[in-house]
Write a protein that binds this ligand. Structure first.
Ligand SMILES: C[S@@+](CC[C@H](N)C(=O)[O-])C[C@H]1O[C@@H](n2cnc3c(N)ncnc32)[C@H](O)[C@@H]1O
Length: 208
């Protein structure tokens, strides 16, 4: 994982955001986060926030929210939505591996579709940054594609064992539940299980 503008994933996501609609742009928060809403409170960091639907929804519910993404384009869209909705969310351009350097403290981090983007090295760097950022007791709420989703399209598939391995030391897994990851229907190359790609929703607490 690199922090320079030559990040190989960056051009892939730039291509997604130059299309009329990216596959994950469903215009509302994913249902797994809506179901967990009462647990996601206080100061929240949304990592890989994209155009901000989850961050803005959490802010609307009373959380103090920061959203970070490594691309300026979706952040500009997110800032426009915040202005239009009269919501104050701090949208920052930042590499996920750098979040450990943020000066703010957070009660929760939300990750909707970022963890499953990383290769093994990127995943380790991301988990290390989360560990640097979060104090004991803070929680990570994470939605990723699961190994139950068939087919080769889309992001990496993640198993419960993958999550347990990634967060083996310094974390307590509170829950890992089957979930769905809704996508925009009809986008070529992004055809998943009708009703939502098979996914996992994990709640993971930073241990002392
Ligand atoms: C699958 S999209 C999900 C966007 C948003 N969370 C949502 O649910 O609509 C993944 C997002 O993570 C961002 N991203 C990917 N790799 C990143 C990285 N290394 N650091 C920061 N953001 C990253 C992409 O630009 C994209 O906006």
């Amino acid at each position: 994982m690199h922090s320079s503008d030559s990040h190989p994933e960056r051009s892939r996501f730039e291509t997604y955001y130059s299309a009329p609609q990216a596959p994950w742009e469903i215009g509302r928060p994913q249902p797994a986060f809506v179901a967990a809403a009462d647990s996601i409170r206080g100061r929240v960091l949304d990592v890989g926030c994209g155009t901000g639907e989850l961050a803005l929804w959490l802010a609307e519910r009373g959380s103090a929210v920061t959203g970070v993404d490594f691309l300026e384009r979706p952040l500009e869209v997110a800032r426009g939505k915040a202005r239009a909705r009269g919501l104050a969310v701090n949208f920052l351009k930042m590499e996920a591996a750098a979040i450990g350097t943020l000066p703010e403290r957070f009660d929760a981090v939300t990750d909707c579709g970022l963890f499953h983007v990383f290769d093994d090295g990127g995943r380790a760097a991301y988990v290390a940054a989360l560990a640097q950022l979060l104090e004991p007791g803070a929680r990570l709420f994470l939605l990723c594609f699961s190994t139950a989703e068939p087919g080769p399209q889309g992001p990496r598939r993640i198993s419960a064992a993958d999550l347990r391995a990634a967060f083996a030391r310094g974390w307590q897994i509170e829950s890992i539940e089957p979930a769905v990851f809704e996508t925009v229907p009809g986008i070529p190359g992004a055809e998943f299980t009708p009703g939502g790609a098979r996914a996992l929703f994990a709640v993971i607490r930073r241990a002392g």
